[in-house]
Design a protein around this ligand. Sequence first.
Ligand code: BJW
Ligand code: ZN
Length: 270
Amino acid sequence: MNDLLKQVGACLRDARRVAILTGAGISAESGIPTFRDALTGLWARFNPADLATPEAFFRNPERVSRWYDERRCQVAQCQPNPGHLALARLQKCMVGQGKTFALITQNVDRLHHAAGSTGVIELHGSLWVWRCVACGKEVEERGPAFDSYPPCCACGGFRRPGVVWFGEMLPAEALAAAERAVEACDYFMSIGTSAAVYPAAGLIAQALRTRANVLEVNPEETPFSARADWSIRGQSGQVLPRIVDEAFGVATAAHHQSEGSDGNRCTEES
Ligand code: BJW
Ligand code: ZN
């Protein structure tokens, strides 16, 4: 494992344009359930057809909005883990060296933002933003649970979570930005996604076609594992900090404040 991480880190150090796709697995170590884990995943306990489609919302807006609001309140209790922090540090290191970095996420929890990542491309929207289905007004909701379900807009319309459900189009600008970043990248990472949901999973296929170096980090095999240059079976909160350490030097407690770079190091120690 050590040799593998050294190799992956050395290649990352040389990369000029990195694009990263994350999925629910990167937030698992923050205590947020994934979707497809056989025992603990949300889809093991709930039927997506009853909760994650526009039809389900219009059939039972009270149930669907309550379920999403409970998830919003649960995520409010969670903190970014070392995997999120490592990607935020990687961005700082790469941008500090004038390199290109894009973080594309399928997650709706905004833990990448909380970790300090900027310009995050959200493919499946956000749990925090609620949108009126009548007038389209969007509000970021950081407060406690709603008083009643479904929550209503001043115009009287029902409000829904600003996430992307099955059968809905992804936000066009986000998808286009993601495709551009993948097209241009020379190093691509797929972190903590089962690669089961399209078009997000198509970005992995696109990276393989562009002949970027492709790294996967996941405790389980995925449909793309065999084609990745490196497929590391592990938890992202353990693996990512080690890869970023290999590439850019070991993080110090002060790494959040450090901006500059010393050779390939971007921490304050040298
Ligand atoms: C760890 C770990 C640790 C655990 N460290 N890793 C082409 C082919 C077939 C179907 C389609 C297709 N194109 C479109 C479709 C239909 C559909 C689709 O993909 N269906 C498939 C399921 C078959 N796609 C859509 O409908 C999309 N819209 C669309 O395509 O519009 C155009 C269109 C419209 C109409 C008709 C046709 C086309 C929209 C998809 C929206 C997905 N929405 C959800 C819910 C969001 C809201 C919510 O939060 O409730 O997004 S579904 C859910 O899955 C969520 C996730 O973002 C998404 C991906 O899941 P993810 O992140 O990969 O999580 P898991 O649980 O699957 O995997 C976690 C992984 O982590 C596992 O591998 C673990 O091993 C790993 N892990 N611990 C690292 N510590
Ligand atoms: Zn409204």
